[in-house]
Write a protein that binds this ligand. Structure first.
Ligand SMILES: Cc1cc2nc3c(=O)[nH]c(=O)nc-3n(C[C@H](O)[C@H](O)[C@H](O)COP(=O)(O)O)c2cc1C
Length: 229
């Protein structure tokens, strides 16, 4: 597959056939993904492949509360968990999360079935390896994740290359302590993502993304948009 095709047509896949993903395939995907860049080439990612059904269910249970809060905030037109949200607005939206939990119980989807996906990977960060160059700024940290998420995206691209699909999820980060204890993580470890992988049930659809000129300007952020050739 052409790199450009892969980059422009790899969706978030959340429905999978029952076909298992074997360890050899997972190994091969990770063997490619390990070439992702990281700050100072410290390669601070760690991966736990969760196979045990009890741990998988506990992971799903750690994921769900954040998911229902996300749905509650989305329904209110908010960007869920944006650091710029007004705390009162967020609290008011989150107060309705229980309604979404009831809806989810009645109509289970990807989140409620997270424990059943063919492959489930917890992606962790060894904090001693992360160059968090923005750690002293008066805003949420961003730069540390840049040493981990290219690796996660490479996992998804590598899965695609092998006929698989998947999705990067972050809701379980809301319950980080719970997740870390489930997998016996050492101190100074953070949860970066939980990745589900498997054989997609659906064909790839066209991805909806904003055009370049909508987010790229010349010289200044209020400058002229970068035009296509
Ligand atoms: C940082 C990040 C966090 C995400 N967290 C979740 C999540 O917790 N649950 C989920 O179902 N999808 C999650 N996604 C998937 C996004 O919803 C998805 O990439 C986006 O909607 C685009 O989907 P598409 O590629 O199918 O168009 C996450 C994606 C990223 C990059």
């Amino acid at each position: 597959m052409e790199l450009s095709d892969a980059l422009t047509s790899t969706p978030a896949t959340r429905t999978f056939t029952d076909r298992p993903v074997d360890d050899a395939t997972l190994y091969a995907i990770l063997d490619d993904a390990r070439f992702a860049p990281s700050g100072g080439n410290r390669q601070g990612w760690r991966v736990v492949v969760v196979k045990d059904p009890v741990t998988r269910r506990a992971l799903r249970d750690a994921y769900l509360p954040g998911w229902y809060e996300y749905l509650a905030m989305t329904t209110e037109g908010m960007t869920p968990f944006a650091s710029t949200n007004a705390p009162d607005d967020e609290a008011a939206a989150i107060a309705r999360a229980a309604d979404f939990a009831s809806l989810g119980a009645a109509n289970p989807g990807f989140a409620e079935h997270l424990d059943e996906v063919p492959a489930l990977l917890v992606i962790l960060a060894d904090l001693t390896c992360l160059a968090t160059v923005d750690r002293d700024l008066d805003r949420v940290g961003l730069a540390g994740g840049a040493s981990i998420y290219p690796f996660v995206w490479s996992i998804l691209l590598g899965a695609r290359q092998r006929g698989l699909g998947g999705v990067m999820t972050t809701m379980a980060v809301r319950a980080e302590a719970q997740v870390l204890s489930l997998i016996d993580a050492p101190p100074d470890t953070a949860v970066a993502a939980v990745v589900a992988l498997g054989e997609p049930t659906e064909q790839i659809s066209r991805l909806r993304r904003a055009p370049v000129e909508q987010f790229t300007t010349i010289d200044r952020m209020d400058g002229e948009g970068l035009a296509p050739a």
